[in-house]
Design a protein. Sequence first.
Length: 223
Amino acid sequence: MRILVVSDVHCEEKDNVRKYLEAYNKSSPDVVLGAGDWGDCEDYSFLEGQEVITVYGNHDKVYELKKYAKVLDGDVVELGGLKIGGVSGIVSPKGTPSKSNTPRKRPEEFVKVAERIKGVDLMVMHEAPYMPMVFGKMWRSVGPLTALTAVQEVKPKVLVVGHLHKAPSLHAKVDRCHVFHVDTSSGGYVILDTDTMVAEGFVNNIRTFKVKMEELLKQDAII
């Protein structure tokens, strides 16, 4: 099974939709896995006919998104033998919606949802955890710190996030967890092939990294 991993398409910019569709057509995936922020466009009809599994971010029309995708929020699905769980939204101290009226979670709510997917192989969320060793300079604010707590609860072998726009396609290893950050609005995407157990990162269709998934998934993760 080929899984196309994307995030931060931000479909209000037409060129971003072009980049997404180009990645989709070139990778010929069986399923798309999204880490949120599909964007504030009128609808998501560009996803018509695709199998899409995603979390929502802080710039999504959740009601419209659910017409075209399965939205994960404390749910677990199995794709190609991998157990995949997601936590939607970002953290707000009071849980108030974003400016685009996308739901946000209080810190304790975010962690509680994460506890429902404990032990999955792959965790996907929009909020990026506090990992300056991966992402560079980060504020020790409630969002990243709460996301880090959530990851520590779940202990995934693979973590997929978006939100930061720090790198189009990034891979790093934290202890025994492999972290992928994707920014599709900058041309980034990742292909996970569960038949060959290989993960490949791309920026504007040029490969930037290749990781053997078989090696990743043999060991329990510790974060």
